[in-house]
Design a protein around this ligand. Structure first.
Ligand code: HEC
Ligand code: HEC
Length: 309
């Protein structure tokens, strides 16, 4: 009930709930009065209402059984008691102070306590050791599939705009601390649009230069012209050599790994319109232990490749 911006709706709902119960009690007594006034006829004969259907089908007017009446009244009393104990009358919290949010939090706490021993084992372990642990990998993978796969793919290989986490190439860095930060705090990669500063010819030239950086087929004349524009506009973030800057999440443009694609059209689109890419923060979704296991899982995805190097 605390979701409403004015008190009005609290009173409105409370009034409807109470009026409903009063109405039920009134209904019972109004009918009793009616029944009394049309008592059973003497000689045990039951009075009838005077309604007749199909020629001889009479509607009788039997008095309500006592047990039924008491059940009815008891249910009204129960309803009142319930409204005293639990929230139901608009903003009134109820004596027990129960709330569905509180109940959920209690359940979650209980669940956390139950799984705590499972995570406790990894408390003092370094990330590489956790990544080596089969049980930790299993938990990490389940967390990943449930919370990360919708963006990064179930094999963590990503898709257009969603980085591949299994290729050993990182926007922000490969160390466990940085991966942990990406997961806990989220990331926001912003590439400003250059559609205003650069005319379409200049965009085409820079595009060719960017393609040449990773050895893709490029028009040498345009690429040579684009080089100056790149140094003036792009080097601040992507570096003079185009090797990127992990502090900004600016991708390395020389490594043949593409977040959006390597075609001239896609690169020109990035330059003209810019990019605004966000990874949501997860520190409120997970416990710190869960983030540790996820970090180890993601870090472990590419470690074999690193060791092989
Ligand atoms: C809503 C989509 C979405 C979800 C869900 C999501 N991510 Fe991301 N993630 C992204 C995007 C987009 C980026 C790239 C951000 C950027 O370009 O700056 C990213 C970046 C990352 C990075 C940094 C990659 C690098 O190259 O440095 C890591 C690590 C990561 N995500 C891990 C995870 C994990 C683990 C989860 C699950 C807990 C997760 N992500 C859930 C969209 C998502
Ligand atoms: C303010 C910093 C900044 C500047 C200046 C900048 N970029 Fe970027 N650029 C980024 C970031 C950050 C991303 C990653 C966006 C994301 O995470 O989605 C990016 C992405 C890109 C991509 C996509 C790479 C891929 O893997 O698909 C290309 C291409 C690119 N920039 C080229 C350029 C060019 C060319 C210029 C100069 C005209 C330029 N950038 C200027 C920060 C910058």
């Amino acid at each position: 009930m605390s979701d409403f911006t004015t008190d009005f709706w609290g009173y409105y709902i409370g009034a409807i709930a109470l009026a409903g119960i009063v109405w039920c009690v009134w209904l019972l007594f109004s009918q009793r009065a009616f029944l009394k006034s049309s008592k059973a006829a003497p000689g045990g004969q039951v009075d009838d209402t005077g309604h007749v259907w199909d020629g001889d089908l009479r509607e009788l007017n039997n008095p309500l059984p006592r047990w039924w009446m008491w059940m009815y009244l008891l249910s009204c009393v129960f309803a009142l008691g319930y409204l005293v104990l639990y929230p139901g009358l608009g903003k009134v919290q109820g004596w027990l102070g129960w709330s569905s949010t509180g109940a959920l939090a209690a359940q979650q706490d209980q669940l956390r306590e139950q799984v705590q021993p499972l995570y406790a084992r990894f408390e003092d372990m370094e990330i590489p050791a956790i990544a080596d642990d089969a049980q930790a990998r299993e938990i990490g993978q389940r967390l990943f599939l449930n919370n990360c796969a919708q963006c990064h793919g179930s094999d963590a290989r990503g898709s257009k705009g969603f980085p591949n986490l299994a290729d050993g190439d990182w926007l922000y860095g490969s160390s466990p601390d940085i991966i942990r930060e990406s997961i806990a705090k989220g990331r926001h990669g912003i590439m400003p649009p250059f559609g205003e500063q650069l005319d379409s010819r200049a965009v085409g030239d820079v595009t060719q230069y960017v393609r040449s950086l990773s050895g893709l087929a490029a028009d040498p004349i345009k690429a040579a012209r684009g080089r100056a524009d790149f140094r003036a506009n792009c080097a601040a973030c992507h570096g003079v050599e185009g090797k990127g800057n992990p502090l900004l999440g600016a991708p390395n443009l020389t490594d043949k790994v593409w977040l959006y694609g390597s075609s001239a059209a896609v690169i020109a689109e990035t330059i003209t319109k810019g990019r605004n890419n966000q990874m949501p923060a997860h520190e409120d979704v997970f416990t710190p232990q869960q983030i540790r296991l996820l970090t180890a899982y993601v870090w472990g995805l590419t470690r074999p490749a690193e060791e092989a190097k």
